[in-house]
Design a protein around this ligand. Structure first.
Ligand SMILES: Cc1ncc(COP(=O)(O)O)c(C=O)c1O
Length: 394
C-alpha cells in the first residue's frame, strides 16, 4: 500500500472523474492539486490567485502551517468520538463558539455541512414551536437536503424533487410587509440569509432584518439566520450582528473549519429547552478532528486580526473595482470579503478570461460574479486581482 498522493496527469484525472462520477457538475477543465496561502496550483503547475476559497471555505488560505500542524497533531491522538462520550477538543470548541455567539445563543449543535446545519435549524424550529410552516425569501439558497431544499427558492434545484416535505412560503426579499403578511400562527420560523449569496450577493437592509425579528417575536415564530456563506467573512463573525438583530437560530458552516467539513446550528435556551434528548443526531458530527480544525480556525481568525482585515480589504477591493469605471460593470456590492460584481452582460466569458489569466472567481447568478477570497489576502493580492480584472474587462 502506498502513502503517496496519486501522480495522475490532467488527461487521466479528467477521464477517471468523467467515467466514475455522477455527472452532476459542470466542470472547469483544470485540475487543482495543491495550494499555498492565497494561491492554488493546477496539475500542470500553473498558479492561480484564489478569489473563491473553494466556495467560501478556505479563510486561512491553503496549506496554512498552523492549521496543518493542529490537524496532524489531532490525527495522531483521536479522530472520531461519538457525542454520547465527552471529548476535550469538542468542549474547547463549544467554549470558543460561545465566546463569539451573539447574546443568548448559548447552545450549539455540530454537524458536517451547511445543509445539515439548516436541516437541524428547521427541525428545531418545528419541534420548539409545534408549528409546520416556514417562511423563506425568493432567490434564497439554503442547501440540497430535502428540508433545506424546501426552503431553497430556485425552481431549477427544486423541480426534480417535488413534492418537497416542508410547506415553505417564499416572499420577496427585503420586503418587510411581505414577511408580515406571510407569518401566521402556523409559522414555525422565518429563515433568511443576511446577505443572499448564490442569488447574486444581495445584502438585507438592517430595517428589514429588524422587521423580521419583530414580526416573528410578536407571532411566536422563530427567526433563523442562514450564515453558512456570510459567516466569518464580513468583518464580524455573523453578518446579522451588523444590523443589531439577534435571531433565535444561527446556522453556519463553510468557513468555520477552514474547509474541513463541519456544520453549526446555534440557538437560545428557550428553543433548547423544548428539544428533547434523541430528537436529532449525527455519527460524524462534532468529531475531534473537525472540532480541532474549527478551533484552530476560530483562534487564528481572532489572533491574526482577520475579521478587521476582511472589513478593511473588502472596502479597498470594492473601491478599487468601482474606480476601474468599467462600462461593463453595473454594480459592486457586498460586505467584507463577500463581494458581488454585477455586469451588464453574462459573466461566463469574464470568469473564463480571469481563469486564463490566473485568477479563480465564482458565478453568483448569470450576470453576477462573486469574490469569496481567503481572509489572508494582503494589499498585494487586491492589486493583483484588480490589475487582471482591468485587463479582462478591457
Ligand atoms: C447560504 C447557504 N446556505 C446553505 C448552503 C448549503 O451548504 P452546503 O453546500 O455545505 O450543504 C449554502 C451553500 O452554498 C449557502 O450558501
Amino acid at each position: 500500500m502506498t502513502t503517496l498522493a496519486p501522480a495522475l496527469d490532467l488527461g487521466q484525472i479528467q477521464q477517471q472523474e468523467q467515467e466514475y462520477q455522477l455527472p452532476l457538475y459542470a466542470k472547469r477543465e483544470i485540475a487543482l492539486v495543491r495550494g499555498e496561502g492565497a494561491y492554488l496550483y493546477d496539475s500542470e503547475g500553473k498558479r492561480y490567485l484564489d478569489a473563491m476559497s473553494n466556495y467560501g471555505v478556505a479563510v486561512l488560505g491553503h496549506a496554512d502551517p498552523e492549521f496543518a500542524a493542529a490537524l496532524s497533531d489531532q490525527l495522531a491522538k483521536l479522530t472520531t468520538c461519538h457525542q454520547s462520550f465527552y471529548n476535550d477538543v469538542r468542549a474547547a470548541l463549544l467554549a470558543a463558539i460561545a465566546e463569539i455567539a451573539p447574546d443568548g445563543l448559548t447552545r450549539s449543535f455540530l454537524s458536517n455541512s451547511g445543509a445539515e446545519a439548516i436541516e437541524a435549524g428547521l427541525k428545531f424550529a418545528r419541534v420548539a414551536t409545534g408549528r409546520p410552516k416556514i417562511v423563506a425569501a425568493r432567490r434564497a439558497y439554503h442547501g440540497r437536503t430535502l428540508g433545506a431544499l424546501s426552503a431553497t427558492a430556485d425552481a431549477k434545484y427544486r423541480a426534480p424533487f417535488e413534492p418537497l416535505p416542508i410547506n415553505v412560503v417564499h416572499v420577496p426579499f427585503n420586503d418587510a410587509d411581505a414577511i408580515s403578511a406571510a407569518v401566521d400562527d402556523q409559522t414555525a420560523a422565518v429563515i433568511l440569509e443576511p446577505i443572499q449569496g448564490e442569488a447574486g450577493i444581495y445584502p438585507a437592509d438592517d430595517a428589514y432584518l429588524q422587521a423580521a425579528r419583530d414580526v416573528t417575536t410578536a407571532r411566536g415564530a422563530l427567526l433563523i439566520a442562514d450564515e453558512v456563506q456570510t459567516g466569518f467573512r464580513t468583518g464580524v463573525p455573523f453578518a446579522i450582528s451588523a444590523a443589531g438583530v439577534v435571531p433565535d437560530v444561527i446556522c453556519t458552516a463553510k468557513a468555520l473549519a477552514n474547509g474541513f467539513p463541519i456544520g453549526l446550528t446555534m440557538t437560545n435556551d428557550r428553543v433548547s429547552e423544548r428539544i428533547g434528548g434523541g430528537v436529532h443526531g449525527t455519527t460524524f458530527g462534532a468529531n475531534p478532528l473537525a472540532c480541532r480544525a474549527a478551533l484552530v480556525t476560530l483562534t487564528s481568525l481572532k489572533e491574526r486580526g482577520l475579521y478587521a482585515r476582511a472589513a478593511d480589504l473588502g472596502a479597498r477591493l470594492t473601491t478599487a473595482i468601482e474606480d476601474l469605471k468599467s462600462p461593463k460593470i453595473r454594480q459592486v456590492r457586498g460586505r467584507g470579503l463577500m463581494i458581488g460584481i454585477e455586469l451588464k452582460e453574462r459573466v461566463t466569458p469574464t470568469l473564463r478570461a480571469l481563469q486564463d489569466r490566473g485568477v479563480l472567481a465564482l458565478p453568483a447568478s448569470p450576470v453576477v460574479f462573486r469574490l469569496l477570497p481567503p481572509l489572508i489576502w494582503e494589499e498585494e493580492q487586491v492589486d493583483e486581482f484588480v490589475d487582471v480584472l482591468d485587463k479582462v474587462l478591457a
